[in-house]
Design a protein around this ligand. Sequence first.
Ligand code: 1PW
Length: 191
Amino acid sequence: KTLKMVTKTPLSTIAQAFEELSQCGTKDEGLPLDKFCDACSLVSVLFNSLGLAFKFAEMEYVAKVGNLVEASKRFATLENIVDADVGNGTVKKQRSPSRDLRRVRQGLDLVRALFEQFLSSKDYSLRNAASTAYAQVCAPYHTWAVRTAVSAGMHTLPSREQLLLKLNETDHSAKKKMRRWEHLQSLMTQS
Ligand code: 1PW
C-alpha cells in the first residue's frame, strides 16, 4: 500500500485560509479584518511567482495589505472600514483604509479571474490568461502608465508549466485547488 503524500503547497494553504475565513463571519458581525489580512498576505506568494517584471505589482499589493493590518488595530471588520470612510466621505482618498481594501479585493479578484481563465483550457498560456483577467478586472481602474507597464510585463511571464512547477502543482492538482477558490467569490463581493 502506498503512502499518500500530503504536501502543502501555496495553493492549498491559500484555499484553506479563505475557506476558514468564509466560516468566520456572520451576516450581522461582518468579516474579521485581522483574519482577512492573514489570508491576503498568503496571496503575495502568487504575485511573487510571476517573475521580476511583476515585482512592482507585488510590492503594491503587499503595501496595501500592510496598511490594512495597521487599520485592523482600529477596525474589527471589513464592514467597519467601509462604514467609517463612507461616513467621513473618504472612500476615494488615497491611503484611506476603504480605498486600500478596494485595491486588495481587486488583487484577489484578479487572481480569481486568472484562475477562471486558467481552468477554461488546458493549453491556455499564462500570458493569455493573465492578459484577459487583467483587462477584465483591473485595467479599467488603472492609469495609462500602469496599463502600459503591465502589458510589457505580460511578455515576461513564465510559461504555464513553469508556473505550476514553481507552485509545486500539476495541471490536475492546481485545477482542484483553483476551484476551491471560486467558491469564495461571494466573500469578495460582500459590502
Ligand atoms: C497570479 C496573479 C496574476 C496577475 C497578473 C497581472 C498582474 C497585475 C498587475 C497589477 C499592477 C498593480 C499596479 C499598481 C496599481 C496602482 O495604480 C494602484 N495600486 C493598486 C494595488 O491597485 C495605486 O493605488 P492607490 O495608492 O492610488 O490607491
